[in-house]
Design a protein around this ligand. Structure first.
Ligand code: ACM
Length: 711
């Protein structure tokens, strides 16, 4: 399909920061891309308010959705939302069914949307469809030359997967209710529909328990959700057509619970928090009281979280946590449990009975497959897609998070490339299959040995983007989740054939800018973090961080390999430059596009490229001045110097003086490329020192392209 060529001044301003560069987009940035989208001639100026004409079902939930829509439309079109202003937009909503399956995996999300000079008509199968259609409608707002307009379109849309989740780990770092509500708003805008909350792990238990109050008293550092806050959060989500699935991880990852109730621990658990024990502590599976504790706790929590699914974790149990305890080891021998895996399978059966007693469907990580498990259990593969194949072969429904771990700090495209059903590439051209199996994702990688039948595909309920927060504070949350979660929202919603990474890259900055207008704090929080590091000279730091990205594949966590830093019992400050840098550099992406066009013969782009290169070259001296009084910034200097060197190489290429600097050019490029290689996989991270400041130069491929004269 061809879109009308049109320039979007909004997107240009956004990307170019005052410098000459090419327009980036010629169609509305719809994300997720609808199943069917026909652009129509005729855009509607958005001058006044909204007049809604209801047909079919009308409910308080839908009225609140429309009120949110009006506010958001006003924000996006930069005008006040004043009730009673003449209607600029007539919006006809026809919700055809009340949908008894609302907020289940069967909820009706299909909608049809038609926009044009007469207004907008939204027909939906159910309330969830209305919500999804309103999200699309907002993405059809364009700046227009004479003010904001609603683009003409004809859309017929429904999701590919029923379960489109986002996991937020609130144990490693607590996230306030306001931060989570903000994420729910972003999820609504991108059609994600499950918030999976990892509420309990080694570092903290995060829900008020009235049955076991020591959980919040001893194991939360005072940071937990009251029961009322949980109810409010669940209601906020429900209003947006989003389910909340709680996870209380056991038998491993349970140090916090066991700190509060050490009588259920397999090995002694003591305060203060012991960093070596925090990842190991596990429940004692041989103590009958363990199951009484879990049954009473899960009963209380199941009452707080109304969703039909209940996640019990089950990942990463350390066998010697059990086998090194003589009493547990004797019990295992006596009862014929030959291994910790067999012991865990018995534990899982007990827990499943507890969850079933609550009328819920149990969900757990792929370790539950290590021993035969009841096929009713929903498996969440995280260690690799082979577990998707293995789980579905055994009849388990599956929600895939392998390939979607946002804390690996990979760029959006690398996650986007991974399809939930794609153990064999699923129709990808061979070169892209190779890319999808790149070592960057190992051991979360797709497994070429796995393959699935259509029946197995049908068991894949969907997928989840996952953010583990060992090194993510609340202030970093929005930038670590977005816009990459929006790219995954598309992967989980849109047809499998939607996989054009260049189109993704062009839309991402526009979508992110819209999300920020509507409440996302990524840019604002990064700005505050930069201002704290460089209160008297933020601009040079911002220039550096706009084109550098953090090292990948857990190199920034410094938990293994040559850059290992001993785990601290005091949480890290998380105020380093690499904590502010983002996995996707929009500025580098725009520069790379321009370089590609330039080496392809578009030579009028030279002045714009030169201006950017000179700015990066000269930025180093400016940053050095700031660092003179801000020693915390010193670790950014090597990256800043390297950016200047890369910029010089780019300028040599533009000037035609590469030959005179051959040795320098080769050394600068090689150094920058080697730094990418040092964190291209977890294996590489184990074996390679990381660059000073933990920063990668995102313009490296573009500079290499300028040097080689092709991309
Ligand atoms: C996990 O990442 N341990 C589920």
């Amino acid at each position: 399909m061809r879109f009308p060529r049109r320039i979007r001044p909004f997107a240009m301003v956004l990307l170019c920061a005052g410098m000459a560069c090419t327009p980036v987009l010629a169609a509305p940035a719809l994300m997720p891309q609808p199943v069917q989208y026909l652009p129509q001639e005729g855009a509607l100026p958005l001058a006044g308010g909204v007049q809604v004409q209801w047909q079919g079902v009308r409910s308080p939930l839908l009225e609140r959705a429309v009120a949110r829509f009006e506010q958001r439309l006003a924000a996006l079109s930069a005008r006040p939302a004043v009730a009673g202003t003449p209607a600029g937009l007539v919006l006809r909503i026809n919700c055809q069914h009340a949908d008894p399956d609302m907020l289940s995996i069967h909820m009706r999300e299909h909608y049809q949307l038609r926009t044009g000079t007469n207004g907008a008509a939204l027909v939906a199968d159910g309330p969830a469809g209305v919500l999804r259609g309103l999200a699309t409608l907002l993405q059809l707002v364009e700046p227009g030359e004479a003010g904001p307009v609603l683009d003409g379109a004809e859309i017929d849309d429904s999701p590919r997967f029923a379960w489109r989740g986002m996991l937020v780990d609130v144990s490693r770092h607590f996230m306030s209710p306001a931060a989570l509500e903000r994420q729910l708003d972003m999820m609504e805008l991108t059609k994600l529909n499950v918030l999976h909350l990892h509420l309990s792990d080694g570092q903290g238990f995060r829900v008020e328990s009235r049955v076991y109050p020591r959980l919040q008293q001893v194991a939360s550092h005072g940071e937990y959700y009251t029961q009322q806050q949980v109810r409010d959060l669940v209601a906020h989500a429900a209003d947006r057509g989003i389910r909340v699935v709680p996870e209380f991880d056991a038998p491993g990852h349970s140090y916090a619970m066991l700190l509060a109730y050490p009588q259920y621990a397999a090995q002694p658990v003591t305060a203060p928090l012991d960093p070596k024990r925090v990842v190991r502590a596990a429940f004692d599976p041989t103590n009958p009281d363990t199951y009484v504790f879990l049954a009473r706790l899960y009963h209380e929590m199941a009452g707080l979280f109304p969703d039909a699914y209940f996640h019990v974790g089950g990942d990463e149990v350390r066998p010697d946590e059990w086998t090194a305890n003589p009493r547990i080891s004797a019990f295992m021998q006596q009862h014929g449990y030959a291994s910790a895996t067999a012991m865990q399978a018995a534990f899982t059966r007990r827990v499943q009975a507890i969850v079933a007693h609550e009328g819920k469907t149990m969900m757990g990580w792929d370790e539950l497959l290590d021993a035969p498990a009841s096929p009713g259990i929903v498996i969440e593969p995280w260690r690799g897609s082979r577990y998707t194949a293995q789980a579905t072969a055994a009849g388990h429904p599956v929600v895939v998070s392998a390939g979607y771990y946002l804390d690996l700090l990979l760029p959006a495209a690398e996650h986007y490339r991974v399809d939930p059903l794609d153990p064999l590439g699923n129709g990808l051209p061979p070169d892209q299959v190779a890319a999808a199996h790149a070592p960057a994702l190992a051991p979360f990688a797709l497994d070429p040995a796995a393959s699935m039948t259509t029946a197995q595909d049908g068991l894949v309920l969907g997928a989840e983007a996952a953010l583990w927060t060992e090194i993510v504070s609340e202030e970093m949350l929005d930038a670590r989740l977005w816009p990459r979660a929006a790219a995954l929202a598309e992967r989980f919603w849109s047809p499998a054939a939607v996989r054009d990474e260049a189109a993704l890259a062009r839309r991402l900055p526009v979508v992110q800018a819209e999300l920020e207008i509507l409440g996302n704090r990524a840019a604002a929080d990064r700005h505050r973090m930069m201002a704290r590091l460089a209160p008297d000279g933020l601009a040079p730091l911002a220039t550096l961080l706009a084109v550098t990205t953090p090292v990948r594949n857990y190199a920034l966590n410094h938990v293994f390999g040559p850059s290992h830093v001993a785990a601290a019992s005091i949480p890290l400050a998380l105020d380093r430059v690499a904590d502010i840098a983002t996995p996707d550099s929009f500025e580098a992406a725009a520069f790379t596009r321009d370089v590609a066009a330039y080496v392809d013969g578009q030579h009028d782009l030279a002045p714009g490229l030169r201006a950017r290169l000179e700015n990066w070259r000269d930025n180093d001296a400016r940053l050095r001045q700031v660092v003179a009084t801000r020693p915390a910034l010193r670790e950014a200097l090597p990256a800043s110097g390297q950016l200047a060197e890369l910029a010089c190489v780019g300028l040599y290429a533009l000037d035609g003086t590469l030959a005179a600097h051959q040795v320098q050019v080769a050394a600068v490029l090689q150094a920058a490329q080697a730094q990418f290689a040092a964190s291209e996989s977890m294996l590489a991270v184990r074996n390679s020192p990381q660059p000073a400041g933990d920063l990668l130069q995102a313009i490296t491929p573009a500079i290499a392209g300028l040097v080689q004269g092709h991309m």
